[in-house]
Design a binder for this molecule. Structure first.
Ligand SMILES: O=C(O)CCCC[C@@H]1SC[C@@H]2NC(=O)N[C@@H]21
Length: 194
């Protein structure tokens, strides 16, 4: 892995850690609204499958060893087994699956494919997060969806729109700066968007 790749991976792991501190508690749920999703979507869209997933794994590792990088300064292995632990696992798997979606086309992803990849990522995050929440709080599916998914959808969709707009610009800038392969040089990036 090149130094530039490592710098990007570290940068996005740090970005998610910072955005995790932007947290709005919900009185009816142990899982807050957080800025993490914005960072997670940006990591997947800008870095792609391998580097994006690595950035998420580095982020999770930093939390696991005790750095307060999770929502509201959370840290430690216990966080993975807690009510929002499923979302944490979901960040890594979600970014990986988003990368698969983004790499499917032969062209540089445009808004449509970015949105599809990001929506897929969100679904993965919600599924893992809600399953763990249902298990820990003994919720049925309806209550799980009411507690684990519905309250987050509006702001997560706003984060998705913001992330799509930022990532298209950022990808171009990073390609020009040599941090990302130019269109046509990397997997799934054959031609610029039409
Ligand atoms: O403890 C953590 O650090 C994980 C918090 C997970 C918050 C989830 S991510 C999906 C959904 N959208 C939000 O804004 N909050 C929840």
């Amino acid at each position: 892995m090149r130094t530039k790749d490592m710098a990007l991976v570290a940068l996005f792991a740090a970005l998610v850690a910072v955005l995790a501190q932007v947290a709005i508690p919900l009185p009816f749920s142990p899982v807050p609204i957080t800025g993490q999703v914005l960072g997670v979507l940006l990591a997947g869209a800008i870095l792609g499958k391998n580097r994006g997933t690595l950035a998420m794994l580095v982020y999770l590792l930093l939390g696991a060893i005790g750095l307060p990088v999770f929502a509201r300064g959370g840290a430690g292995l216990a966080a993975f087994a807690g009510p929002s632990g499923g979302y944490l696992w979901g960040f890594a798997l979600g970014v990986y699956v988003m990368g698969l979606v983004l790499e499917r086309g032969r062209r540089e992803p445009g808004y449509g494919r970015l949105a599809a990849g990001m929506l897929t990522c969100l679904v993965v995050v919600y599924v893992l997060g809600t399953l763990q929440l249902m298990y820990l709080l003994h919720l049925n599916l309806v209550k799980g969806l009411l507690l684990g998914v519905l309250p987050y959808i509006p702001l997560d969709l706003a984060k998705l729109v913001l992330a799509a707009a930022i990532s298209l610009q950022a990808r171009r800038a990073l390609q020009q700066a040599g941090y990302l392969p130019a269109p046509g040089r990397g997997p799934g990036t054959c031609r610029p968007p039409s």
